[in-house]
Design a protein. Structure first.
Length: 153
């Protein structure tokens, strides 16, 4: 399987990199996760997003969080590592941050919130996630989210 960076012209990426925008590579995932991460670092990208696209097509495939661990162990501090896939609750956010991601993305929870409550659904979802995350922090006596690795996983 080819690295997804071969799908883009390196010179195009370098031209974009020459601007002031933040540039990240989405969908870093095994089997090319480490290769793609190394290429992202070489190209000067600001971050990567580990994802299996929610596992929609192959729900028996490897989870994104399992792909996250070796990438964090090898590349943390060299590039910002984020994750998107399968996150639906505050405790999912906590586990992902504890596993070494610096940021998480969520989609499905917000879609459900908006579908159920219309315009107020997004705000309601944020409020629920914030409450759930705060509850996890209180239960494990963690004062700051960046300290989750000390308390979870």
């Amino acid at each position: 399987m080819q690295s997804r960076f071969r799908l883009f012209s390196v010179s195009n990426i370098l031209n974009i990199r020459g601007t002031t925008c933040t540039l990240v590579s989405p969908s870093i995932f095994k089997p090319n996760g480490e290769q793609d991460t190394e290429m992202a670092i070489k190209l000067g990208l600001d971050g990567i997003i580990v994802s299996n696209h929610g596992g929609r097509q192959l729900d028996a495939g490897q989870s994104a969080i399992k792909s996250l661990t070796p990438i964090v162990e090898k590349y943390k501090g060299q590039i910002k590592i984020m994750m998107y896939s399968g996150l639906r609750s505050g405790s999912d956010i906590a586990r992902t941050l504890a596993s070494g991601a610096e940021f998480t993305f969520m989609g499905r929870s917000f879609m459900h919130g908006v579908a159920a409550l219309g315009n107020e659904g997004g705000n309601h979802t944020i409020s629920m996630l914030k409450t759930q995350l705060q509850q996890v922090m209180e239960q494990v006596c963690c004062e700051r989210v960046e300290h989750f690795p000390r308390f979870l996983v």
